[in-house]
Each structure stands twice: as structure tokens, then as C-alpha cells.
Design a protein around this ligand. Structure first.
Ligand SMILES: Nc1ncnc2c1ncn2[C@@H]1O[C@H](COP(=O)(O)OP(=O)(O)OP(=O)(O)O)[C@@H](O)[C@H]1O
Ligand SMILES: [Mg+2]
Length: 500
């Protein structure tokens, strides 16, 4: 049913085929008209010349007379049976044989069959008629050649009206009317029309086929796009993508963009799904711990002051963890929006780094924290101050948390090729090579149990990574188990130095 309705509408293919056909047809029509008119003109010109020849032949044949033409003269002059003699205009004796007569251009013209001739005397009375022609008389002083349409078939023919002047007296001695049925002209046109019709039919057919074939790849690709959309509508997790063609055109761009959009959307939904799964998983433990303690108290613990105290302490610390977790999750989501809100923010590097350093020195007096700062004063880094602070706190916090016996941290900052380079080094437990790749993942902790004890949620590094990447920087880690870890962060500097 759906298919049927779809077939009824004006499809792109139909429209394009029609348009293309029309265009081809119009170009062809223009071309044909041009050819048609030029052939017509050439043929007409030819026929006109014929008539002109006849006119001059008639003229040269009769202008030898001085007195108005008579029937006998004309008949004798046009239909001689034997050799005859006569005097020309100059009074010379001319001998004419029948062969000469037939060689004469007038007779040759008349013998063609589509030429007709009427001769009139000076009063307009027809004195000679040859061929299919009306004998209506029109007086004229000059030769007139016109194109007229024959009544019955409305076919064009040429008509010449001419006065015959005596060469000697310069007086009109008679009139002639000549028509040229243009048989050649009409025959040529009949043939031309038949061929034109064939060619037109061929052009229409060709344009339909061409239109169909030209729209074929486009329609096929649109169908592919539709199929892919349907597939993804049916199953949002489907990894179906629109197949890419080798050609490089606008549709390829569209397909690229569309596939890219699908990738991004799916990444995004996957991330959301994972995030919700991770969060619920992370929240389950503290909630279970609190629940356990509360149940303990409910049963008998409330009467035992020691149990009561322990349970309340444990619950409060779990709630603290949950609070931290919620704050961190909030930071993580905010870090994803940096691109929109903070992208133009800048900070003076030294000032923020020194503050973070001072804070940690004060908070952890048991640690030996070394600051190696080679950053030129007033260096501006392209990051919002609180975000830079957050990165430093996350790294320093980890360095403190994962240090054991050797309580020493090296914080070094320098500038390298328009980047601010921060390195935080500790001499603690270190991370195994295979874990090193994953420590930036959300909720990833190398030693879950230990980390939980120290209050870690496994979100610090993923927040740091997200922030750094949003500001077009990069973060990496090197580590050796038992010897320590070093985290490196690079952030772009502004080219201009301004106070912030
Ligand atoms: N300096 C370090 N030395 C050794 N291991 C580290 C260091 N920094 C991070 N790690 C490992 O990487 C894991 C992830 O670190 P991250 O900062 O993301 O989470 P966390 O410190 O466990 O918790 P949170 O930072 O959310 O409080 C840690 O659990 C730890 O196993
Ligand atoms: Mg941490």
C-alpha cells in the first residue's frame, strides 16, 4: 500500500526525467528549427531563381517583337514544328531549328512540369496557356514575384507577373504570368519532415532514457540513505552506516556528514548509558554500607553505644563519599560544556600554579613538595583559572594519595613551543603499564578496595582529561610500579600577553 502511494507522487526521478527531456527536446527543437529555416530559405531561393530564369527567358523570347503580341505569333514562337526563319529586332534573319528550340532555356524550364505560363495580350486577354494556372489578369508595369498559397492544399508556390516590353520601342507588347509549383521544394520538405519526425521521436526516447539513467545513481543513493535511516530507526544500536561511494560530490559530503552525525549520536548515547550504569554501580556500595549499618542499629545496635558510634561514623563517611561523588559527577558534566562557555577564558599561569603549590604545602606538611618554575612571568594560558586549579589539585591529590614511604612530589612548569608544560611527579606505588591506559577512564581504579578506603571514586583523572582536551591540550602519564608516576599536561598559551 505504502509503495503504491509512493509511486503516485511526483518522484525526483520523474521530475528530473521530464526536465531533462524538455531541455534536450528544446535544444533539439531549436537546432531543428534553425536547420529547417535555412534549408527552406535555400530551397526557396533556388526556386525563385528558377522563376527569374523563366521570366528572363520569356522576356528574351518575346521582346524581339515591336507590336503587341498576338495568339498566332505566340503560338508560332513557342511551338515550332519545323525549321523556320524570322527577323530579330535588329532586322537580321534568324534561322531556328527544333533542336535550338529545345535547347532554349524557356522551353527547358517549361518542360519541368511544375512551371506554368499564361501570356496575355495588351488588353489582358489570354493568348497562350500552358500548365495548371488560372488566367486571371493583373496589369503591372514591373515584374513582381510573390509567394502565394495554393488554395486546395495550402501549398506554397511562386508567382511572377511580368510585362513584356519590346526591346526596340520600349512599349508593353503583352504580359506573362508564371507560376512555379515548387515540386522540388515540397518533395524535399516532405522527406525532411518525415526524417525530422523520426529524429524527434528518437530525441524524445533518448532524453527519457538519458534522464532515467542520469537520475539512477542519485536515486539509488537516496534510497540507500533512506534504508540506513530505517535500519537505525528500527534498532537505535545498529551500527549500520550509509555505504560510501567512490565519487566525490555533494552527496558524498552529505553521506560523510550523516555517518559522522550517527557516530557522534551513538557515542553520545553510549556514553550516557555507561555513565548511568557506572553511577548506579558506584552509588550502590555506599548505599549498601549505610543500609547495613542502619539495619544493625535497628536490630540491637542502638542500645550499644559503641556500635552506635561506629555505625554513625561509618555512615557519615559513606555520605561524605557520596557527596564527593556527586560533586565530581557534576564536574565531569560541566567539563563537557567548557567548549561552549569558557573557550575564550585565559589565566596567568604562574599565579595559579603558585597558589596550588602553596595550598598543598600547607595541607601536607609531611610532604616535601618541590616547585621548578621556569615559566616567564605573565605568561597567559588559554584556560579558565578554576579549571587549571582543578587539574593541578587532581594531580597533586593523586600524588599525595598514592605516595607511600617517600613523601616527595616534584611539580615543574615550563613553556615549550607555545604550550605550558606541567609535570607532577611522585615516588609512590606507581601504575602497571596495562593499567596506565585505563586510569583516565571514568570510575577506573587500579586497586578498588584501597582506593575506596582512601575515598577515591576513580573520577579525578577523567575530569582532568576532559578539561585538558576541551582546551585543546593533552595529558599523559608514565609510571613504574614501586618507583612512582609522572603526569604531564600541556596547555596552549595565548600569543599575546595580557593581564588577567
Ligand atoms: N600518582 C598516582 N600514582 C599511582 N596510581 C595513581 C596515581 N594517580 C592515579 N592513580 C591510579 O589511577 C586511578 C584513577 O585515578 P583518579 O584520580 O581518576 O581516581 P581516584 O584518585 O581513585 O579517585 P578520585 O580522584 O575520584 O577521588 C586511581 O584509582 C589510581 O589507581
Ligand atoms: Mg584522584
Amino acid at each position: 500500500m505504502k509503495e503504491k502511494i509512493a509511486n503516485w507522487r511526483l518522484t525526483i526521478r520523474f521530475k528530473w526525467t521530464c526536465l531533462l527531456s524538455l531541455a534536450i527536446f528544446m535544444v533539439f527543437g531549436l537546432f531543428a528549427t534553425l536547420i529547417y529555416t535555412s534549408i527552406e530559405q535555400a530551397l526557396l531561393h533556388n526556386e525563385e531563381n528558377n522563376v527569374r530564369d523563366t521570366v528572363s527567358a520569356v522576356d528574351s523570347r518575346f521582346n524581339v517583337y515591336q507590336a503587341p503580341l498576338t495568339r498566332q505569333q505566340v503560338q508560332r514562337r513557342l511551338a515550332p514544328k519545323t525549321k523556320r526563319n524570322f527577323h530579330d529586332t535588329h532586322g537580321r534573319l534568324v534561322t531556328e531549328s527544333p533542336e535550338d528550340f529545345y535547347r532554349d532555356s524557356l522551353t527547358k524550364q517549361l518542360a519541368r512540369g511544375d512551371l506554368s505560363l499564361v501570356l496575355f495580350d495588351t488588353h489582358g486577354k489570354p493568348i497562350f496557356k500552358m500548365g495548371n494556372i488560372d488566367t486571371k489578369f493583373e496589369r503591372t508595369k514591373t515584374t513582381k514575384i510573390t509567394v502565394v498559397k495554393r488554395n486546395a492544399q495550402r501549398l506554397k508556390h511562386l508567382r511572377a507577373l511580368m510585362p513584356i516590353y519590346s526591346e526596340r520601342t520600349k512599349q508593353i507588347i503583352g504580359y506573362a504570368k508564371i507560376t512555379n509549383g515548387m515540386r522540388n521544394y515540397h518533395r524535399t520538405f516532405r522527406q525532411l519532415n518525415q526524417k525530422m519526425l523520426l529524429v524527434i521521436l528518437f530525441a524524445i526516447l533518448l532524453s527519457i532514457i538519458l534522464g532515467y539513467l542520469l537520475t539512477q545513481p542519485l536515486v539509488r543513493r537516496i534510497k540507500q540513505i533512506n534504508r540506513t535511516i530505517d535500519q537505525i530507526n528500527d534498532d537505535p544500536d545498529s551500527t549500520a552506516r550509509i555505504p560510501q561511494q567512490r565519487s566525490n560530490d555533494e552527496i558524498t559530503d552529505l553521506v560523510d556528514r550523516f555517518n559522522h552525525m550517527l557516530d557522534r549520536m551513538q557515542d553520545y548515547t553510549n556514553q550516557q548509558k555507561e555513565f548511568v550504569e557506572d553511577v548506579s554501580h558506584e552509588l550502590r556500595t555506599p548505599v549498601a554500607v549505610i543500609e547495613g549499618h542502619l539495619k544493625l542499629l535497628q536490630r540491637w545496635g542502638k542500645d550499644d553505644p559503641q556500635v552506635l558510634e561506629e555505625s554513625i561514623d561509618a555512615s557519615v563517611s559513606e555520605i561524605d563519599r557520596m557527596k564527593k561523588l556527586i560533586q565530581e559527577m557534576l564536574d565531569l558534566t560541566r567539563a563537557e560544556q567548557i567548549e561552549n562557555n569558557y573557550v575564550n577564558e585565559t589565566t596567568q599561569a604562574n599565579e595559579t600554579i603558585h597558589q596550588a603549590y602553596n595550598d598543598f604545602v600547607m595541607l601536607h606538611p609531611d610532604f616535601k613538595i618541590n616547585l621548578d618554575d621556569t615559566v616567564p612571568p605573565k605568561t597567559i594560558v588559554k584556560i579558565y583559572r578554576n579549571h587549571l586549579m582543578q587539574i593541578l589539585v587532581i594531580l597533586l591529590d593523586n600524588a599525595v594519595k598514592y605516595s607511600r614511604d617517600r613523601k616527595e612530589i616534584n611539580l615543574s612548569v615550563s613553556t615549550e613551543s607555545n604550550m605550558l608544560a606541567i609535570a607532577v611527579q611522585d615516588f609512590g606505588v606507581g601504575v602497571k603499564q596495562e593499567d596506565l591506559k585505563r586510569i583516565f577512564n571514568r570510575f577506573y581504579r587500579v586497586d578498588k578496595a584501597r582506593s575506596r578506603q582512601s575515598g577515591g571514586n576513580g573520577l579525578g583523572l577523567s575530569i582532568a582529561k576532559k578539561i585538558v582536551e576541551m582546551y585543546k591540550g593533552n595529558i599523559s602519564a608514565e609510571s613504574a610500579v614501586g618507583s612512582g608516576t609522572i603526569f604531564r599536561v600541556n596547555l596552549p598559551l595565548t600569543s599575546k600577553k595580557n593581564k588577567h
